[in-house]
Design a protein around this ligand. Sequence first.
Ligand code: WT7
Length: 649
Amino acid sequence: MSQTDIVSLQKEGKKFKPSAAFIKHAHLKSAAAYKKLHTESIKQPQKFWTRVSKELHWFKPWTKLHEWREPFAKWFIGGQTNVAYNCLDRHLTSWRRNKAAIIFEGEPGDERVLTYTDLHREVCRFANVLKAHGIKAGDRIMIYMPMVPEAAIAMLACARIGATHTVVFGGFSAQSIIDRLQDSQAKMVITADGGYRRGAVVALKRNVDDALKQATGVEHVIVLKRTGTEVAMQEGRDHWWHEETAKVSAVCPAAKLDSEHPLFILYTSGSTGKPKGVLHTTAGYLAGTYLTTKYVFDIKDEDTFWCTADVGWVTGHSYTVYGALANGATTVMYEGAPNWPEPDRFWRIIAKYKVTILYTAPTAIRAFMRWGDQWPKKHDLASLRLLGTVGEPINPEAWLWYHEHIGQKRCPIVDTWWQTETGSIMITTLPGACFTKPGSAGLPFFGIDPAVVNKEGSELPANVGGFLVVRKPWPSIMRTIHGDPERFKRQYFGEIPNVYFTGDGCRRDKDGYFWIVGRIDDVLNVAGHRIGTAEVESALVSNQKVAEAACVGRPDSLKGQALVAFVTLKSGITATPELKEELRAHVGVQIGPIAKPDDIRFTAALPKTRSGKIMRRLLKEIAGGGDVKGDTTTLEDLSVLVQLKADEE
Ligand code: WT7
């Protein structure tokens, strides 16, 4: 990584202030109030977190706030709590017991509303199903499901008994399931016969069957009937969700779990070929998601909150499920695509259920822009009062469109920067308290102490690009990489001394606002999804026709970044358009459709330094269509460069 590459191109435009009408009802109403609480959270963390933790339920109060033996953090030490209890049981003693917890809409148009009492009952039943199959606290369970309430029920049931879930996005392939099963050593898989996506059925159970031909250790598979698709049920191993839940009682007390009990493992891409299992634990994660949901989304009991992320991603974990329910909010789940059957599906849902808060990704916003203003115009969006974005830097053009056409200039927008590793939102503007600058994520959340530094760890002056780091641990920081604490240490604490390194480039302006440039390691952000270039490269070379592969990003007006793969073929193999398709499909099978390269370019050889390192900078410039600048004398074979340039013509 090189600091000189970090140039923030976003220009500062207009500032946007929340309206008096919004401020009137906001939890936090002024910049001074934000500053006061932020200062307290950093200078007197004991006082700050003691007050916050009183808003949560504890079976046994914690005795020590935190412990930091770099890189390992512990929070709320000595306490006992349960995330599912905080998300469910806590609300059953008040009028919230019959409040809608989940409003669900399937892609075909089916609807379901589960109240807190309903959700509690279903979670207890399913927790009893887990127990009946021998699942105990600490066991790992894989969840591979469509975006249906049962996905949340399965997660909460695990949390209730202390089993550690690992949710795998339904768009990942059988091979990805195998890798994650092997790494997590999961004993059970929870899946569905299928899920709906753009009018078609995603064959989830079939992918699980394929994976289980190779992965060992899975004793039971629970299958939800969602699409009615015919599936093979293996006697003794596979069981139907509806049959199992009918056999058990709806009473299941929440386990009293240590604050540091593992809650979930979520796999995410890094700069090496193997996805890493990010481990989050109980109390700190709960405190982080609870508090950010409350303040960033300014949650009130009257709100209907829709975070559009799939539960397969951390955003779905932290905001569709845990943060929302810990606040006793009503959370919306939608199963399908935003343009099915027509490009107004989101606006239809907002109008129908009177959604008040919408949280989505810039890539989706850019797609809506492209589909045209006529689609949101057809629907009454007056219920909306707050908008959010996450996943990648938002370009000011998309920000302004979101503000005008969806927020109707009435709704503040919170741009939220965070990561799978951070567990909850880290940098944003609190909607009633701070002004917003389109393109900047904003200011640190409570308890967060970020900085922009150089490689040596010294803080840089305003508006100088550098590395984004966090100087103090916070409650929802990941605890380790499952099974690989060394990699955890090296990756996040090894690059820059004494701080957590985010992997992002950034600058901070004179007002203290953070402007994220994006990843500076070999990780791409394609349509808001994190894709490791090394992972795609290793998928490509696993095809017997491929000799070598190098993947880089190219700017893309819709997806943020597009994935370009440079491929050399084994001798005797001819480069053809069909082979490109074959290789794209191969990556789809190895990882999943989201990782398919947008462009494959065959080349005679890859440009390398004398030491054999692929010159990615050069490839990036070629992929982006730009001129090749800088010193190229270290190329292993200069003709390669000429060859690549000629290929472009
Ligand atoms: C990376 C984390 C955590 C939510 C979903 C992505 C980029 C995320 C923003 C934002 C600029 C952002 C960063 C970060 N990112 N949010 N608001 N502005 N960049 O989670 O897959 O763990 O990816 O997404 O590069 O490091 P993830």
